[in-house]
Design a protein around this ligand. Structure first.
Ligand SMILES: Cc1ncc(COP(=O)(O)O)c(C=O)c1O
Length: 409
């Protein structure tokens, strides 16, 4: 059911606070999103009414906690259209999920002379684990380029992905450019060469409908905190047969079948890949975040972000001496904008904005190779989400103009 995005800001208690004596405009959503009262309350309810460990006991509380934890898994399954709940493995976040695959599938399959292919736009979390794996195995790491507007170069991808490629790791949306990458085509190119594909959905799942079966990705990762959920919970999706064949990432409680003096047998998916007590309240909170987004409808979220970009981009393009990274076509991007104002350092711009209660991020955004590719050291990044409004955009643009006048006088 579509509850409507209008006025959803009031559902987020933190957004009513002031920063530096100004009403807050929160534009750092690509780093993390704020939480609606429904998510906060769901976690409080769990602690107040059902707190217990999962999968361990026949006591009532434990059974209730287990039921709620497994319901959260089903919600994630349906949200990304996975075929089965056991294809959803809870992790601490996207970073842990990538490291999980690099140190299990990667370590078992990559040999000297093999190739791992990534894009120049990967977040460090979907790059450094592959870089380190390649170094450890004597494999080669190759980068797919983007064009001047940040669109992924599919011709370059077709050349870089070869019969030697074993793993292709590609984000679905760049956390710096907001550009949407053709993950489905990348998966097809990889499969033609017998490689597997890891999709990074950290910036996609919060803002667009994702269907992992249609994308035909082998693994897919994302974090709960970027989609209204709590920190410390994330998702590793994997095709069942691939997950079945993985060496366990960690050993311990919850994941065993039988432990003897010399050896152990392991349980079925998904428990086999979730050793130890999981982040139960995190998963349940993520489930509540999915319910909240579902009420709004993910299509409405995508359209709303596009409307904001349609309003914002021409205003930014009209500014003097602005370097705007990413696609000029608002249909090819989500609500993330990276820019530089003349020679003013991004940290200075962000500080002036902060004085006015506007929270943006300045820096390399954990994508240093992409900064090098565009020959910049840092950018100002403003990232918008469901509770941001045209008024927020007006204040952001006015504050940018003020920063320019202040530093250039
Ligand atoms: C595209 C992308 N991938 C991976 C990550 C890492 O997410 P986390 O720090 O939640 O593990 C981020 C976080 O900014 C991201 O934007």
């Amino acid at each position: 059911m579509n509850k409507g995005l209008k006025n959803c800001k009031k559902d987020f208690p933190l957004l009513s606070r002031q920063v530096n004596h100004q009403p807050l405009v929160y534009l750092d959503n690509a780093a993390t999103t704020q939480k609606p009262q429904a998510v906060i309350q769901r976690i409080v309810d769990f602690y107040q009414q059902s707190n217990a460990n999962v999968h361990r006991s026949v006591n009532t509380l434990s059974l209730q906690a287990t039921e709620q934890y497994e319901q959260a898994r089903s919600k994630v399954q349906h949200w990304i259209k996975a075929a089965k709940p056991q294809e959803i493995i809870f992790t601490r976040g996207a970073t842990e999920a990538v490291n999980f695959i690099a140190s299990t599938y990667g370590a078992d399959h990559i040999q000297a002379q093999d190739e791992i292919v990534v894009t120049v736009a990967e977040h460090h979390s979907n790059l450094v684990p592959w870089q380190q794996l390649a170094k450890a195995c004597g494999a080669q790491l190759k980068y797919i380029k983007v064009d001047a507007q940040g669109h992924l170069d599919l011709q370059d991808a077709a050349q870089k992905i070869t019969a030697r490629t074993k793993i292709v790791a590609c984000t679905q949306v760049s956390n710096v450019l907001g550009t949407i990458f053709p993950l489905k085509q990348i998966a097809a190119l990889a499969h033609q060469q017998g490689a597997i594909v890891i999709g990074d959905g950290s910036q996609a799942v919060p803002v667009m409908a994702v269907n992992v079966q249609d994308l035909d990705v082998d693994f897919y990762v994302f974090s709960g905190h970027k989609m209204l959920g709590p920190s410390g919970i994330g998702v590793l999706y994997g095709k069942e047969a691939l997950l079945q064949a993985l060496t366990p990432y960690q050993y311990g409680g919850e994941m065993i079948n039988e432990v003897d003096w010399e050896d152990s047998t392991f349980s079925e998916l998904p428990s086999r890949l979730e050793a130890g007590t999981p982040n139960i309240e995190g998963a349940i909170g993520l489930g509540a975040a999915i319910d909240y987004l579902d009420q709004l409808s993910i299509r409405a979220v995508t359209q709303y972000e596009q409307k904001l970009m349609q309003y914002l981009l021409p205003q930014l393009q009209a500014l003097d001496d602005v370097q705007l990274l990413g696609s000029e076509d608002w249909t090819q991007r989500t609500g993330i904008v990276s820019l530089n104002l003349g020679n003013i350092h991004p940290h200075d711009v962000a500080t002036v904005l902060d004085f006015q209660g506007i929270e943006v991020r300045a820096g390399h955004h954990c994508a240093q190779p992409l900064m090098r590719f565009f020959n910049v050291t840092a950018t100002v990044r403003a990232s918008f989400y469901i509770y941001n409004t045209k008024e927020d955009i007006d204040r952001f643009v006015a504050a940018l103009k003020m920063a320019k006048e202040f530093f250039e006088q």
